[in-house]
Design a protein around this ligand. Structure first.
Ligand SMILES: [Zn+2]
Length: 258
């Protein structure tokens, strides 16, 4: 992925190796609800709040767990007990309810539908001006792991998912609504920015992505059932209606028309 945009400030920056370990043990979903958008908390640090949490320097994975932003918030306001998180760490949702995990049913080929286009074995799905906006791959041949970049109309990166790890500007966290609905449906909304994103697995091995109000270079991106639009211009029309396998980039678009 291009690195022209700096990552957002995080409450605590958990080393990547620890994030990866926590994601693996959670089977890439919140240990409580299976939501595939993740933050990381140290459940031994109850009673520590606000700025003190930001100053954490030492991370002990045995005291840490991967949860979705909404379960993280519940922990921060004292609605989730450490003991519950510790138990959930050992019995993560995606292991107990394997059939509800954001994963394909089988390790066989899976398809991704974007607008009217269908891709197989293609990870980089939407690239605008050479910047990767949406990518999806599979871990352990089943669990879907996403990279997503949410830009607002001022071309500011306001939310990032990097291999399912979530970061956003903390002061604006309340603007985001991230929900994992049954069956296997992830919905992300930001009402202030008028953005919505949905990824759902249908029929076992088909992923469908829909979006509205995403932006790049201030141009609006819409992904409907039948079209991908960049500032109301359809992109990828030439590859619609066919199944494309082993593509380097699914849909490639430019904000400048020459
Ligand atoms: Zn959760």
């Amino acid at each position: 992925m291009a690195e022209m945009h700096y990552p957002l400030k995080r409450r605590m920056v958990v080393p990547e190796a620890i994030q990866n370990q926590l994601k693996r043990e959670a089977h890439y979903g919140c240990v409580i609800c299976g939501c595939p958008v993740l933050e990381f908390i140290d459940f031994s640090r109850t009673g520590i709040q606000g700025d003190e949490l930001k100053r954490q320097k030492v991370f002990l994975p045995e005291n840490m767990v991967a949860v979705c932003p909404s379960h993280n918030n519940k922990f921060q306001i004292g609605e989730l007990e450490s003991a519950f998180l510790s138990t959930s760490k050992n019995t993560p949702f995606n292991r107990v309810h394997d059939d509800l995990a954001f994963a394909t049913t089988t390790p066989n080929e899976f398809t991704i539908s974007l607008g009217g286009c269908t891709f197989v074995n293609t990870s980089r799905l939407l690239v605008v001006d050479d910047f990767d906006l949406i990518s999806v791959k599979r871990m352990d041949q089943r669990f879907l792991v996403m990279d997503m970049n949410f830009f607002n109309r001022n071309n500011q990166l306001v939310g990032i998912i990097l291999e399912n790890s979530w970061s956003s500007e903390r002061s604006k966290i309340g603007d985001w609504d991230i929900e994992y609905l049954r069956p296997k449906r992830l919905v992300i909304e930001n009402k202030r920015e008028n953005m919505s994103f949905e990824a759902r697995i249908e029929n076992g091995n088909d992923l469908r992505i829909l979006a509205d109000g995403l932006r790049y270079n201030s141009q609006k991106i819409q992904i409907t059932q039948n079209e991908v639009l960049l500032d109301d211009r359809e992109v990828g029309a030439d590859i619609k209606g066919t199944v494309l396998t082993n593509y380097d980039v699914g849909i490639k678009a430019e904000t400048t028309i020459f």
